[in-house]
Design a binder for this molecule. Structure first.
Ligand code: SER
Length: 318
């Protein structure tokens, strides 16, 4: 049976890359990109687009009726830093939006749903090194506890309704095709832009703040691999830990300096994102992903930095 895939939140950092990867895999016409805002350049000309507001039930119902999707990727969300400025709005979008999609997925017989979770589901009492899949979770950001509650809803819909919903706890994501929007890990993308444009960068996180990160190519491959895995191999219906590469701003700056020797990094004195980063894991144990669906990381800090600078340079010079 052919697939009809709806991606909601297609303009975002993950959406931009995922839409094009899915169009390559399934054919342009089979992947409907959708967003509350006008399509960005990268997806505008590569296939169909619909305006969608996940909080507008009638609008969503119309889109499901019109396209009868077999797979839905719900990427629309407010991230950690912006979520602290707009807590109620973040809760509403991240939670009401998810439950609405889960309901329509059941009603319209959608075969598979993907929904992203995050390292933000962990909190100050979670083990910070090699954080296991199952442990104390006391997230203290609205984004973090909306993701944790969302994971519980996903598993609940799988158990109660048999909905085939799959999820990954992404680390901070780094890519050159699209910018992140309002997260705590955004420094690791901004630093590349500023290194190429100005030769210097002021990090809003301190020099030794280690966080798990991942190059976007690996994140997209993980997503598609998880979605391609036979249902019986999926043993986690909340969300899978995904480890990536752990490094600090100072270590990333050192790696950039190998290619841009004059690059200089400085550090902001006070930034509210520091407390968020301090409450998150420094590294992750993703052995369930390795065991259940053969997950293996490709990019390390060195190859990621080289690839980022090479590609971003072309974008900036263009
Ligand atoms: N990258 C996200 C953020 O920083 C975490 O999922 O908010």
């Amino acid at each position: 049976m052919s697939e009809k895939i709806l991606v909601i939140g297609a303009n975002g950092q993950i959406g931009t890359e995922l839409v094009n990867a899915l169009r390559d895999k399934y054919g342009a016409e089979e992947v409907i990109a959708s967003d509350i805002n006008s399509p960005i350049y990268a997806i505008r000309h590569s296939g169909p687009f619909e305006f969608v507001n996940v909080l507008d039930k009638d609008n969503l119902h119309h889109i499901f009726t019109k396209h009868q999707p077999t797979q839905v990727y719900l990427l629309a969300a407010i991230l950690s830093a912006v979520g602290e400025q707009k807590p109620k709005m973040a809760w509403d979008l991240n939670m009401t939006g998810l439950i609405q999609i889960l309901d329509y997925a059941v009603e319209f017989g959608v075969k598979k749903v993907f929904w992203p979770s995050s390292i933000a589901v962990f909190g100050p009492h979670s083990p910070q090194e090699n954080t296991p899949q199952y442990c104390v979770m006391d997230p203290n950001t609205v984004y973090g506890f909306s993701k944790l509650a969302g994971e519980r809803w996903c598993e609940y819909y799988y158990e109660k309704h048999g909905l085939d919903v799959r999820s990954l706890r992404y680390p901070g994501l780094i890519g050159w095709r699209a910018n992140p929007g309002g997260g705590t890990t955004d420094y690791a993308v901004h630093i590349f832009h500023e290194a190429l444009k100005k030769g210097s960068y002021q990090s809003f996180l301190s020099a030794n703040t280690a966080l798990p990160m991942m190059y976007m190519d690996d994140a997209i491959r993980a997503t598609i691999t998880l979605m391609d895995t036979p249902a019986e191999q999926i043993t986690i219906r909340s969300s899978y830990n995904l480890a990536g590469i752990s490094f600090t701003p100072a270590q990333l700056a050192e790696e950039i300096k190998k290619l841009i020797p004059n690059f200089e990094i400085s550090y902001a004195e006070h930034d509210p994102r520091q407390a968020i980063a301090d409450s998150w894991p420094k590294s992750i144990d993703d052995s369930y992903a390795q065991k259940d669906w053969g997950w293996k990381l490709e990019y390390d800090l060195k190859t990621m930095t080289e690839d980022m600078l090479k590609n971003l340079k072309n974008v900036i010079l263009a």
